[in-house]
Design a protein around this ligand. Structure first.
Ligand SMILES: [Zn+2]
Length: 349
Protein backbone atom coordinates (compact mmCIF):
# COMPACT_ATOMS: atom_id res chain seq x y z
CA UNK A 1 0.00 0.00 0.00
CA UNK A 2 1.19 3.53 -0.70
CA UNK A 3 1.90 6.01 2.03
CA UNK A 4 -1.13 7.47 3.73
CA UNK A 5 -0.53 10.95 2.28
CA UNK A 6 -0.16 9.61 -1.24
CA UNK A 7 -3.21 7.38 -0.85
CA UNK A 8 -5.22 10.33 0.41
CA UNK A 9 -4.22 12.44 -2.58
CA UNK A 10 -5.13 9.67 -5.00
CA UNK A 11 -8.38 8.98 -3.20
CA UNK A 12 -9.16 12.64 -3.71
CA UNK A 13 -8.58 12.13 -7.42
CA UNK A 14 -11.03 9.21 -7.47
CA UNK A 15 -13.58 11.25 -5.59
CA UNK A 16 -13.09 14.02 -8.11
CA UNK A 17 -13.67 11.52 -10.93
CA UNK A 18 -16.81 10.36 -9.18
CA UNK A 19 -17.97 13.91 -8.80
CA UNK A 20 -18.47 13.76 -5.05
CA UNK A 21 -17.10 15.77 -2.19
CA UNK A 22 -15.43 14.06 0.72
CA UNK A 23 -17.57 14.91 3.74
CA UNK A 24 -16.17 15.60 7.18
CA UNK A 25 -15.80 12.26 8.92
CA UNK A 26 -16.44 10.35 5.68
CA UNK A 27 -14.18 7.35 5.47
CA UNK A 28 -13.57 8.10 1.77
CA UNK A 29 -11.92 5.78 -0.71
CA UNK A 30 -8.83 3.74 -0.02
CA UNK A 31 -6.63 3.37 -3.06
CA UNK A 32 -4.32 0.38 -3.11
CA UNK A 33 -1.61 -0.36 -5.65
CA UNK A 34 -1.52 -4.00 -6.71
CA UNK A 35 0.97 -4.76 -9.43
CA UNK A 36 0.98 -1.82 -11.82
CA UNK A 37 -2.63 -0.84 -11.10
CA UNK A 38 -4.75 1.00 -8.61
CA UNK A 39 -7.62 -0.77 -6.90
CA UNK A 40 -10.29 0.12 -4.36
CA UNK A 41 -11.55 -2.30 -1.69
CA UNK A 42 -15.01 -3.68 -2.44
CA UNK A 43 -15.91 -2.54 1.09
CA UNK A 44 -15.60 1.06 -0.11
CA UNK A 45 -17.77 0.36 -3.15
CA UNK A 46 -20.40 -1.25 -0.89
CA UNK A 47 -20.37 1.66 1.52
CA UNK A 48 -20.63 4.29 -1.23
CA UNK A 49 -23.42 2.61 -3.24
CA UNK A 50 -25.13 1.08 -0.18
CA UNK A 51 -24.59 -2.50 -1.28
CA UNK A 52 -24.46 -5.45 1.08
CA UNK A 53 -22.06 -8.32 0.50
CA UNK A 54 -23.42 -11.83 1.01
CA UNK A 55 -21.25 -14.27 2.94
CA UNK A 56 -18.46 -14.87 0.38
CA UNK A 57 -18.26 -18.23 -1.32
CA UNK A 58 -14.87 -19.50 -2.38
CA UNK A 59 -13.67 -17.15 -5.12
CA UNK A 60 -17.09 -15.52 -5.63
CA UNK A 61 -18.69 -12.30 -4.48
CA UNK A 62 -22.37 -11.31 -4.36
CA UNK A 63 -23.45 -7.75 -3.64
CA UNK A 64 -26.96 -6.35 -3.56
CA UNK A 65 -28.75 -3.12 -2.72
CA UNK A 66 -31.15 -0.56 -4.10
CA UNK A 67 -28.58 0.42 -6.77
CA UNK A 68 -28.58 -3.15 -8.13
CA UNK A 69 -26.78 -6.45 -7.77
CA UNK A 70 -23.21 -7.43 -8.61
CA UNK A 71 -21.89 -10.97 -8.95
CA UNK A 72 -18.24 -11.56 -9.65
CA UNK A 73 -15.54 -14.18 -9.54
CA UNK A 74 -11.89 -13.86 -8.68
CA UNK A 75 -9.90 -13.50 -11.91
CA UNK A 76 -12.96 -13.40 -14.20
CA UNK A 77 -13.02 -10.79 -16.98
CA UNK A 78 -16.75 -10.27 -16.31
CA UNK A 79 -19.14 -9.24 -13.59
CA UNK A 80 -22.90 -9.66 -13.71
CA UNK A 81 -24.69 -6.40 -12.94
CA UNK A 82 -28.40 -7.03 -12.36
CA UNK A 83 -27.80 -10.47 -13.88
CA UNK A 84 -26.38 -9.10 -17.13
CA UNK A 85 -22.80 -9.78 -18.24
CA UNK A 86 -20.44 -6.79 -18.25
CA UNK A 87 -16.77 -6.93 -19.22
CA UNK A 88 -14.43 -5.44 -16.66
CA UNK A 89 -11.40 -3.48 -17.76
CA UNK A 90 -9.46 -5.53 -15.17
CA UNK A 91 -10.62 -8.61 -13.22
CA UNK A 92 -11.71 -8.32 -9.60
CA UNK A 93 -8.95 -9.37 -7.22
CA UNK A 94 -9.10 -11.22 -3.92
CA UNK A 95 -6.16 -10.74 -1.58
CA UNK A 96 -6.16 -12.00 2.03
CA UNK A 97 -9.98 -12.35 2.00
CA UNK A 98 -10.35 -8.74 0.86
CA UNK A 99 -11.82 -8.07 -2.59
CA UNK A 100 -10.73 -5.23 -4.84
CA UNK A 101 -12.11 -3.51 -7.93
CA UNK A 102 -9.89 -1.53 -10.29
CA UNK A 103 -10.09 2.22 -10.12
CA UNK A 104 -10.86 2.24 -13.86
CA UNK A 105 -13.89 -0.01 -13.40
CA UNK A 106 -15.05 1.94 -10.38
CA UNK A 107 -15.15 5.24 -12.26
CA UNK A 108 -15.89 4.05 -15.84
CA UNK A 109 -18.21 1.07 -15.27
CA UNK A 110 -19.91 0.98 -11.87
CA UNK A 111 -20.39 4.69 -11.25
CA UNK A 112 -22.19 5.62 -14.51
CA UNK A 113 -24.40 2.52 -14.16
CA UNK A 114 -25.22 3.00 -10.46
CA UNK A 115 -25.54 6.79 -10.64
CA UNK A 116 -26.67 7.64 -14.19
CA UNK A 117 -28.08 10.97 -13.08
CA UNK A 118 -24.54 12.03 -12.08
CA UNK A 119 -23.01 11.40 -15.50
CA UNK A 120 -21.91 14.84 -16.74
CA UNK A 121 -23.78 15.96 -19.85
CA UNK A 122 -22.58 18.93 -21.87
CA UNK A 123 -25.56 19.38 -24.18
CA UNK A 124 -29.07 18.18 -24.92
CA UNK A 125 -29.05 15.28 -27.34
CA UNK A 126 -31.83 15.37 -29.88
CA UNK A 127 -31.06 12.66 -32.40
CA UNK A 128 -29.29 9.46 -33.40
CA UNK A 129 -26.73 8.77 -36.12
CA UNK A 130 -27.55 5.23 -37.24
CA UNK A 131 -24.63 3.41 -38.84
CA UNK A 132 -25.47 0.21 -40.75
CA UNK A 133 -22.19 -1.77 -40.82
CA UNK A 134 -20.36 -2.53 -44.08
CA UNK A 135 -21.93 -1.99 -47.55
CA UNK A 136 -21.03 -2.30 -51.24
CA UNK A 137 -17.98 -4.48 -51.82
CA UNK A 138 -17.53 -4.75 -48.06
CA UNK A 139 -20.13 -7.44 -47.50
CA UNK A 140 -19.33 -8.22 -43.85
CA UNK A 141 -20.16 -11.63 -42.42
CA UNK A 142 -21.80 -14.27 -44.62
CA UNK A 143 -24.76 -16.16 -43.23
CA UNK A 144 -25.16 -19.90 -43.59
CA UNK A 145 -27.84 -19.33 -46.21
CA UNK A 146 -25.57 -17.12 -48.32
CA UNK A 147 -26.94 -13.71 -47.30
CA UNK A 148 -24.70 -10.95 -46.04
CA UNK A 149 -24.32 -8.89 -42.89
CA UNK A 150 -24.38 -5.63 -44.87
CA UNK A 151 -27.98 -6.31 -45.98
CA UNK A 152 -29.24 -7.42 -42.57
CA UNK A 153 -27.56 -4.39 -40.97
CA UNK A 154 -29.18 -1.95 -43.40
CA UNK A 155 -32.60 -3.54 -42.91
CA UNK A 156 -32.23 -3.33 -39.11
CA UNK A 157 -31.05 0.28 -39.37
CA UNK A 158 -34.13 1.27 -41.38
CA UNK A 159 -36.37 -0.39 -38.81
CA UNK A 160 -34.58 1.42 -35.96
CA UNK A 161 -34.88 4.74 -37.82
CA UNK A 162 -38.63 4.28 -38.28
CA UNK A 163 -39.15 3.52 -34.59
CA UNK A 164 -37.04 6.44 -33.37
CA UNK A 165 -38.68 8.91 -35.75
CA UNK A 166 -42.09 7.82 -34.46
CA UNK A 167 -40.85 8.92 -31.03
CA UNK A 168 -39.87 12.36 -32.25
CA UNK A 169 -36.12 11.88 -32.57
CA UNK A 170 -34.09 13.19 -35.49
CA UNK A 171 -32.24 10.54 -37.46
CA UNK A 172 -29.23 10.52 -39.77
CA UNK A 173 -27.98 7.40 -41.56
CA UNK A 174 -24.35 6.89 -42.57
CA UNK A 175 -25.70 4.96 -45.57
CA UNK A 176 -29.20 4.28 -46.90
CA UNK A 177 -28.29 1.91 -49.75
CA UNK A 178 -25.83 -0.84 -50.61
CA UNK A 179 -22.76 1.38 -50.95
CA UNK A 180 -19.28 1.25 -49.48
CA UNK A 181 -18.72 3.97 -46.87
CA UNK A 182 -15.20 4.16 -45.35
CA UNK A 183 -15.07 4.07 -41.55
CA UNK A 184 -13.50 7.56 -41.47
CA UNK A 185 -16.42 8.90 -43.52
CA UNK A 186 -18.91 7.44 -41.02
CA UNK A 187 -17.08 9.32 -38.26
CA UNK A 188 -17.01 12.48 -40.39
CA UNK A 189 -20.81 12.29 -40.76
CA UNK A 190 -21.14 11.90 -36.98
CA UNK A 191 -19.01 15.02 -36.40
CA UNK A 192 -21.60 17.14 -38.20
CA UNK A 193 -24.23 16.26 -35.54
CA UNK A 194 -22.71 17.12 -32.16
CA UNK A 195 -26.02 16.77 -30.32
CA UNK A 196 -26.69 13.21 -31.53
CA UNK A 197 -25.59 9.80 -30.26
CA UNK A 198 -24.07 7.16 -32.54
CA UNK A 199 -25.32 3.57 -32.98
CA UNK A 200 -23.50 1.15 -35.28
CA UNK A 201 -25.37 -2.04 -36.22
CA UNK A 202 -23.61 -5.28 -37.11
CA UNK A 203 -24.00 -9.04 -37.14
CA UNK A 204 -21.13 -11.22 -36.08
CA UNK A 205 -19.09 -14.20 -37.23
CA UNK A 206 -16.29 -16.28 -35.74
CA UNK A 207 -14.53 -19.58 -36.19
CA UNK A 208 -15.54 -21.64 -34.29
CA UNK A 209 -18.81 -19.76 -34.12
CA UNK A 210 -19.99 -17.86 -31.07
CA UNK A 211 -23.65 -17.44 -30.22
CA UNK A 212 -25.56 -14.44 -28.85
CA UNK A 213 -25.42 -10.65 -28.75
CA UNK A 214 -22.60 -8.28 -27.81
CA UNK A 215 -22.70 -4.55 -27.18
CA UNK A 216 -19.46 -2.62 -27.50
CA UNK A 217 -18.36 0.77 -26.30
CA UNK A 218 -14.93 2.35 -26.32
CA UNK A 219 -12.34 1.04 -23.86
CA UNK A 220 -11.24 3.66 -21.31
CA UNK A 221 -7.74 5.05 -21.74
CA UNK A 222 -5.16 2.62 -20.35
CA UNK A 223 -7.57 -0.34 -20.32
CA UNK A 224 -7.41 -3.29 -22.72
CA UNK A 225 -10.05 -4.12 -25.30
CA UNK A 226 -12.23 -7.02 -24.10
CA UNK A 227 -11.04 -9.32 -26.86
CA UNK A 228 -7.37 -8.80 -25.84
CA UNK A 229 -7.65 -10.29 -22.35
CA UNK A 230 -5.84 -8.28 -19.68
CA UNK A 231 -2.95 -7.38 -21.95
CA UNK A 232 -2.60 -3.58 -22.16
CA UNK A 233 -0.81 -2.46 -25.30
CA UNK A 234 1.20 0.72 -25.59
CA UNK A 235 -1.44 2.20 -27.95
CA UNK A 236 -4.12 1.62 -25.31
CA UNK A 237 -2.64 4.56 -23.39
CA UNK A 238 -3.15 7.03 -26.25
CA UNK A 239 -5.87 9.62 -25.69
CA UNK A 240 -8.72 9.15 -28.17
CA UNK A 241 -11.54 11.53 -29.12
CA UNK A 242 -14.15 9.02 -27.96
CA UNK A 243 -12.66 8.84 -24.46
CA UNK A 244 -14.14 12.26 -23.77
CA UNK A 245 -17.46 10.42 -23.51
CA UNK A 246 -16.32 7.42 -21.42
CA UNK A 247 -19.16 7.71 -18.90
CA UNK A 248 -21.88 8.38 -21.49
CA UNK A 249 -20.50 5.54 -23.65
CA UNK A 250 -20.82 3.15 -20.72
CA UNK A 251 -24.34 4.25 -19.89
CA UNK A 252 -25.47 4.02 -23.51
CA UNK A 253 -24.01 0.54 -24.06
CA UNK A 254 -25.33 -0.69 -20.70
CA UNK A 255 -28.90 0.43 -21.40
CA UNK A 256 -28.92 -1.06 -24.90
CA UNK A 257 -27.33 -4.34 -23.81
CA UNK A 258 -29.85 -4.71 -20.98
CA UNK A 259 -32.61 -4.68 -23.60
CA UNK A 260 -30.83 -6.91 -26.13
CA UNK A 261 -30.32 -9.82 -23.74
CA UNK A 262 -34.09 -9.99 -23.26
CA UNK A 263 -34.67 -10.78 -26.93
CA UNK A 264 -34.46 -14.51 -26.30
CA UNK A 265 -34.95 -14.89 -22.53
CA UNK A 266 -35.10 -18.68 -22.76
CA UNK A 267 -31.54 -18.75 -24.10
CA UNK A 268 -28.97 -18.38 -21.27
CA UNK A 269 -26.11 -18.07 -23.77
CA UNK A 270 -27.69 -15.09 -25.51
CA UNK A 271 -25.79 -12.63 -23.28
CA UNK A 272 -22.19 -12.40 -24.54
CA UNK A 273 -21.71 -9.16 -22.70
CA UNK A 274 -21.31 -5.45 -22.59
CA UNK A 275 -17.77 -5.20 -23.96
CA UNK A 276 -14.95 -2.78 -24.66
CA UNK A 277 -13.19 -2.21 -27.98
CA UNK A 278 -11.38 0.44 -29.99
CA UNK A 279 -13.25 0.16 -33.27
CA UNK A 280 -12.63 3.18 -35.53
CA UNK A 281 -16.28 4.31 -35.39
CA UNK A 282 -16.10 4.39 -31.58
CA UNK A 283 -12.47 5.48 -31.20
CA UNK A 284 -12.48 8.59 -33.37
CA UNK A 285 -16.08 9.54 -32.75
CA UNK A 286 -16.92 12.72 -30.84
CA UNK A 287 -20.44 11.41 -30.11
CA UNK A 288 -21.36 8.96 -27.35
CA UNK A 289 -21.26 5.73 -29.30
CA UNK A 290 -22.10 2.06 -29.25
CA UNK A 291 -21.63 -0.86 -31.65
CA UNK A 292 -24.18 -3.67 -31.52
CA UNK A 293 -23.42 -7.20 -32.72
CA UNK A 294 -26.93 -8.65 -33.04
CA UNK A 295 -25.98 -12.33 -33.29
CA UNK A 296 -23.63 -14.66 -35.17
CA UNK A 297 -24.30 -15.33 -38.85
CA UNK A 298 -21.82 -18.20 -38.52
CA UNK A 299 -24.07 -19.90 -35.94
CA UNK A 300 -26.98 -21.98 -37.27
CA UNK A 301 -29.38 -20.90 -34.49
CA UNK A 302 -28.50 -17.21 -34.58
CA UNK A 303 -28.40 -17.20 -38.36
CA UNK A 304 -31.94 -18.53 -38.67
CA UNK A 305 -33.16 -15.93 -36.15
CA UNK A 306 -31.41 -13.07 -37.95
CA UNK A 307 -32.92 -14.19 -41.24
CA UNK A 308 -36.42 -13.56 -39.84
CA UNK A 309 -37.72 -10.01 -40.25
CA UNK A 310 -39.59 -10.31 -36.93
CA UNK A 311 -36.30 -10.86 -35.11
CA UNK A 312 -34.67 -7.86 -36.78
CA UNK A 313 -37.72 -5.78 -35.88
CA UNK A 314 -37.55 -6.89 -32.25
CA UNK A 315 -33.82 -6.22 -32.21
CA UNK A 316 -34.43 -2.68 -33.54
CA UNK A 317 -37.12 -2.18 -30.88
CA UNK A 318 -34.72 -3.38 -28.17
CA UNK A 319 -32.05 -0.91 -29.31
CA UNK A 320 -34.68 1.85 -29.39
CA UNK A 321 -35.80 1.00 -25.84
CA UNK A 322 -32.20 1.19 -24.66
CA UNK A 323 -31.80 4.55 -26.38
CA UNK A 324 -35.03 5.74 -24.76
CA UNK A 325 -33.75 4.79 -21.33
CA UNK A 326 -30.46 6.54 -22.07
CA UNK A 327 -32.28 9.73 -23.04
CA UNK A 328 -34.40 9.50 -19.91
CA UNK A 329 -31.44 8.74 -17.65
CA UNK A 330 -29.48 11.71 -18.89
CA UNK A 331 -32.59 13.82 -18.53
CA UNK A 332 -32.16 15.35 -21.92
CA UNK A 333 -34.45 16.92 -24.43
CA UNK A 334 -37.70 16.93 -22.47
CA UNK A 335 -39.93 16.23 -25.45
CA UNK A 336 -37.96 13.11 -26.45
CA UNK A 337 -37.96 11.83 -22.89
CA UNK A 338 -41.69 12.40 -22.58
CA UNK A 339 -42.34 10.59 -25.83
CA UNK A 340 -40.40 7.57 -24.58
CA UNK A 341 -42.04 7.54 -21.18
CA UNK A 342 -45.66 8.11 -22.18
CA UNK A 343 -46.15 6.44 -25.57
CA UNK A 344 -47.24 2.89 -25.03
CA UNK A 345 -48.55 -0.05 -26.93
CA UNK A 346 -46.82 0.55 -30.24
CA UNK A 347 -43.10 0.03 -30.54
CA UNK A 348 -42.15 -0.08 -26.87
CA UNK A 349 -43.74 -3.11 -25.25
ZN1 LIG B 1 -19.68 -6.13 -39.03
Amino acid sequence: MRSLIHATLLAGAVLLTLGVAQAEGDEGWHLVSIGAREYVPIEDLCRFYRLVAAEPLLGEIHLSGSAGTVEGKQGSPYVFIDGVRHALSFPLLERDRQWYVSRTDLSCLFDPIFRPSRVPVRLSFRGVVIDPGHGGEDKGARSRNGRYEKDYALDTARRLGTILRSHGLSIVFTRTSDVFVPLEERVRIARAYPDYVFVSLHYNQSEPSGHGVETYCLAPRGAPSSNNGTWVRRVDYLPLPGNGNDLLNTLLAHEIHLQLVRLRPDDPEMDRGFRRARFVVLRDNPLPGVLVEGGFLSDPVDSSWIDRSEYRQRLAEAVARGLGRFFQATNLRASASRAFSTKRGTDFP
